[in-house]
Ligand binder design. Structure first.
Ligand code: TPS
Length: 343
């Protein structure tokens, strides 16, 4: 890189994380050389995941602030580690920035990124920065650790077990809906209709469930696990297919956020559509043996974390069905966000 580029990268990253923190995180050599050096632990396995955010696909100029983009790019990766029951440790950040993302905007993006890193104790150990012709692309690679042989996979759901979720879903999609509506409206008038802040916040600053994943691993009670990035129905389908089992979700047991319910009512949007197909919630869905269900709930409660039992696993063709209040069963389509629609 040129001197300019070095100066910028230093400006965005230098002094963000203390020497003490980086030492304690096992970082032998951090940002600045050709590669980072990290010490290993013999009683752990590594977890690796990568997740990318693209301007105008995952966010728009007017749906997220710069710091929100940085925060969410890392948070989505943290969620992938949480969904294995692991601990997030290090991250590498690759950014391709168009001219519209000047130095000041990039600095704010890194503000959000380091805010998330601090919250979850993640060391930023390197990355790559290039220019891009039009849209911003942020790609984060995350590294986590997990006790040998203990990672919680999607394929462990067994007939007779209960299905749980660690929080309400649909908030992020509703927040996005509100933000897009607000933008359309502000083209004509300057009247601002209130969107519940909780919805906007869950869209811009998702809170991945690392602690929940750790409880599920430490107790040994989580038999399958997945994070809700594409929507509850789609993630339930992934567990059903990997485990070769049917997941029955009870409509009445699905956790409903009060803010979401009133906003959906006011907007005339079907609440259930957001809850099942919204996506970007980053709560965890998984399964637990019925004999451990109460004790697990108690563990969650003791740590101030919610846990909702939303259904059961049955033997049979892999599929996901919704049992309505009246007891009728409706198959749920896989749904979810499709980046490559046919046609
Ligand atoms: C402006 N969205 C985009 S990607 C995705 C969802 C629900 C699924 C997860 O992505 N339009 C704007 N912003 C958004 N966030 C969406 C639409 C919704 P991936 O599969 O890449 O993890």
């Amino acid at each position: 890189p040129s001197q300019d580029e070095f100066a910028l990268i230093r400006d965005w990253n230098d002094g963000r994380q203390s020497e003490e923190f980086l030492d304690s995180a096992g970082i032998v050599l951090g940002i600045g050389d050709d590669a980072a050096v990290v010490s290993g632990a013999s009683d752990r396995e590594w977890l690796f995941a990568v997740d990318t955010m693209v301007e105008d696909v995952h966010f728009r100029d007017d749906t997220m602030g710069e710091a929100d983009v940085g925060y969410k790019a890392l948070a989505a990766n943290v969620s992938d580690i949480a969904a294995m029951g692991g601990v997030p440790r290090q991250a590498l950040v690759s950014i391709s920035a168009p001219p519209s993302w000047n130095g000041e905007r990039m600095k704010r993006l890194y503000d959000g990124l380091y805010e998330c890193a601090e919250r979850y104790g993640i060391a930023i150990i390197g990355g790559d920065t290039t220019s891009a012709p039009r849209q911003l692309v942020v790609s984060v690679t995350i590294i986590g650790t997990v006790e040998v042989g203990r990672a919680i996979r999607r394929n462990g759901a067994k007939p007779g077990q209960s299905v749980f979720v660690t929080g309400p879903t649909g908030l992020s999609a509703a927040g996005l809906h509100g933000l897009l509506k607000q933008r359309d409206r502000s083209k004509e008038t300057s009247v601002e209709e209130a969107i519940p802040q909780r919805l906007v916040l869950s869209h811009r600053r998702p809170a991945p469930s690392v602690r929940a994943g750790r409880i599920l691993l430490e107790t040994g009670w989580g038999s399958s696990l997945n994070d809700v990035s594409d929507g509850l129905a789609s993630e339930a389908w992934e567990i059903a297919e990997a485990s070769q089992a049917r997941l029955v979700l009870r409509e009445r047991a699905l956790p409903v956020s009060g803010d979401l319910a009133s906003y959906a009512g006011a907007q005339g949007v079907r609440l259930l559509d957001w809850m099942l197909y919204g996506g970007e919630d980053y709560v965890l869905i998984g399964t637990v043996d019925r004999i451990h269900e109460l004790a697990l709930k108690e563990r969650f409660r003791a740590e101030g974390l919610p846990l909702f039992i939303i259904g059961e696993v049955e033997s049979g063709t892999p599929e996901v069905v919704l049992e309505t209040a009246s007891g009728t069963r409706k198959p749920l389509r896989k749904g979810g966000y499709n980046h490559f629609p046919k046609g």
